[in-house]
Design a protein around this ligand. Structure first.
Ligand SMILES: [Mn+2]
Length: 338
């Protein structure tokens, strides 16, 4: 954060504010951890603060400290609307464009308040009074740590805040193994452990909560995997029928896409998941090395994200989507093999 932005934030927080904190739609560990950690921090500074999620978030995050107080805009709609109406400051975390907030988009576009963005995705839009955007960061949670540090308030980080921030850094770095994991990231998590994050317990809560049906669904996903060696690519499909047969719940397919990258010689992994209710195919892209899935998703599948992890969508059937994907892949043959 630059000095000017730090001064602006300090001046905003020097007065009592009504603060709303918002993650992107379908919030993940980083989105929830950053919002919950920041919310607890702001409350410790005697600010009124609440987290409003555009929709529900996965069960494997529902143990996170303070998560029971989160308002789901779809479920607690009138309460959430009232808070938004009264809000004087709105933090937007782990996204940088209102289009990522689903039904909240129009409300945020109309809303007059001081917006503060903390985010590590590419191409931030310019709605915020303070934009703390850094694509080199491992996670928004690491940035919230930096934010608190910039305010000179690290000693306000208690075990609840530390646990939330640790969770987001852990999930967004694939347990500290993605390229964005720096020595600084490790110093931050070390400090969070010192401040009360129980790393072993957090890992267990997030990763060791499989249900038999989820493991069986993973089995289906892995046997559906198609390996296209000439493009160094592996992709998985899951149809709505397959999801229904395995009692699918939000979050069950989290991490499935990464299995493709564990294959020797594969640099590009994709999963296509049919969502009949929304009438779309949801797509996740992952890569290792220099192949930018952010550009690929932006260019062809209405999405984006990071260089090595991005999302997208298609309105075509799952079969047509996969056929289109294969056609596009041909044009990237050289790049994927370089
Ligand atoms: Mn993130």
């Amino acid at each position: 954060m630059n000095l000017e932005d730090i001064a602006t934030v300090k001046s905003i927080l020097s007065k009592p504010q009504k603060i709303v904190i918002i993650p992107h739609k379908n919030p993940d560990g980083d989105a929830m951890g950053s919002c919950l950690g920041l919310c607890a921090f702001l409350r410790s500074k005697n600010q009124k603060a609440s987290v409003i999620t555009p929709n529900d978030y996965p069960k494997f995050l529902k143990w996170m400290p303070y998560s029971q107080e989160v308002l789901n805009f779809e479920k607690e709609n009138s309460q959430a609307k009232k808070l938004l109406q009264d809000a004087t400051v709105i933090f937007t975390l782990d996204f940088n464009n209102f289009s990522r907030t689903g039904q909240l988009e129009n409300i945020l576009m109309e809303k007059q308040a001081d917006f503060i963005m903390i985010d590590h995705h590419q191409q931030p839009s310019d709605y915020a009074k303070v934009t703390y955007s850094d694509v080199s960061m491992s996670s928004t949670c690491e940035m919230v740590y930096n934010f608190i540090e910039a305010l000179g308030e690290l000693d306000s980080i208690d075990s609840g805040i530390a646990t939330n921030l640790y969770t987001g850094i852990m999930t967004d770095t694939g347990s500290f193994k993605y390229r964005s994991t720096s020595s600084r990231t490790h110093r931050v998590v070390a400090d969070l452990i010192d401040r009360g994050a129980n790393n072993m317990e957090i890992h267990r809560q997030v990763f060791d909560t499989n249900s038999p049906s989820r493991l069986h669904l993973l089995g289906v996903a892995l046997s559906n995997m198609v390996i296209m060696s000439k493009y160094k690519t592996a992709f998985i499909t899951l149809t709505q029928t397959e999801l229904d047969q395995h009692n699918f719940k939000k979050g069950d397919t989290e991490g499935f896409v990464n299995y493709g990258l564990t294959l020797e010689g594969i640099v590009f992994a994709v999963i296509f998941i049919e969502n009949k209710e929304e009438g779309i195919i949801k797509i996740s892209f992952r890569s290792v090395g220099s192949f930018s899935v952010n550009e690929f998703a932006r260019e062809h599948f209405n999405g984006g994200g990071h260089d090595n992890a991005a999302g997208g969508r298609s309105m075509d059937s799952i079969t047509d989507t996969v056929e289109r994907f294969k056609t596009i892949l041909e044009t990237y043959k050289t790049q994927l093999n370089s």
